[in-house]
Design a protein around this ligand. Structure first.
Ligand SMILES: [Zn+2]
Length: 326
């Protein structure tokens, strides 16, 4: 007899048992996988979106645990913090997109709403050079869309996040749907990244063969600034804008708070790292900083406080991030 599965989708127990989807960001559409022995969710982003056609996000526990970033961290016997307990999950080598995708897309900034917004704010020269530095691409996926390439510190392309901004306001376009797509998904469909798997139109099947291992946005810059203290914020936009105002720090973006983990931060060993939370998120980032410090003692993590202090109640209510201040 085989054992019953250890993880299952959380049964519906009211609207509180449904969450915000990490891909389409719609509220109350996301079912998490829970560990049946503890009733605890595995992670915020392990689960299934109910918008199968318009979103299709489904991260299974087996896929999640395939990533070395996500192997469970357990408390070490010596009580000195966290030890790393390898389980039966196999290490996996991340897949990479061909480097030519950078060359092909890091241009045409006149058609890039996000870069045009930066140009209106900081002038064309600053905007274009900062966009090139951060490898911001222009995508045809939607007219005006940009790509935030995630290139690691060995110049390998992990994926790219495609988003659409309003060129006037600099806000993300979320109507009539949230404009977000992933380069590793699209490039497999279009054959840029060819796979041995059978032909299918189902993006979930295609992505299964791409071993996605995300890195920090801006991580490729670490090699050029070996001693510079690093600041990490949530959004790519904030990182780029902050890098113009605070060039004494090397600004990187985690993509989301959930996206910040020990695996991604390993490349920061030996540095001082200032975590810059969005307004309202200070406490969560302090918790995260504690976990990261325990896992990576060679990184000196600090959490920036001033935004939380400076925010007015209206700003807090609107969930402002650093870029709104700068
Ligand atoms: Zn979704």
């Amino acid at each position: 007899m085989t054992n019953p599965p250890r993880y299952t989708l959380q049964p519906y127990k009211g609207i509180w048992s449904r969450y915000t989807c990490p891909q389409c960001l719609r509220h109350k559409v996301f079912s998490r996988y829970i560990d049946i022995t503890t009733d605890e969710p595995i992670a915020d982003d392990v689960g299934r979106c109910s918008r199968e056609v318009n979103c299709g996000y489904h991260l299974k526990p087996s896929e999640y645990f395939k990533s070395i970033d996500h192997r469970p961290w357990t408390i070490a016997g010596n009580g000195n913090g966290f030890g790393y307990q390898p389980l039966t999950y196999k290490d996996f080598e991340p897949s990479y997109l061909p480097k030519r995708v950078i060359r092909q897309t890091v241009r045409h900034y006149d058609d890039n709403h996000f870069v045009q917004y930066l140009a209106a704010k900081f002038g064309r020269e600053v905007a274009y050079s900062q966009a090139r530095l951060y490898l911001v691409g222009t995508s045809k996926h939607w007219p005006g869309a940009c790509i935030f390439w995630e290139v690691d510190n060995a110049d390998r392309v992990r994926t790219g996040k495609i988003m659409l901004y309003n060129a006037q306001t600099g806000k993300r376009v979320k109507e009539p749907f949230n404009h977000i797509a992933w380069a590793h998904v699209l490039s497999q469909k279009s054959g840029v990244y060819s796979q041995k798997s059978e032909k299918t139109n189902d993006s979930r099947l295609w992505t299964k063969d791409f071993n996605l291992k995300q890195c920090l946005f801006g991580e490729h810059l670490l090699q050029y600034y070996p001693r510079m203290p690093v600041a990490i914020c949530e959004s790519e936009k904030t990182a780029i804008i902050a890098s113009i105002y605070y060039p004494e720090l090397l600004w990187l973006a985690a993509g989301s708070l959930q996206g910040l983990n020990a695996g991604k931060c390993k490349c920061l060993e030996g540095r001082t790292v200032i975590l810059v939370p969005d307004v309202n998120a200070y406490e969560q980032w302090v918790t995260k900083a504690g976990q990261l410090s325990a896992a990576l003692p060679a990184v000196n993590f600090r959490v920036m406080r001033f935004l939380e202090d400076a925010a007015t109640p209206q700003q807090k209510a609107a969930g402002w991030d650093v870029a709104d201040y700068l």
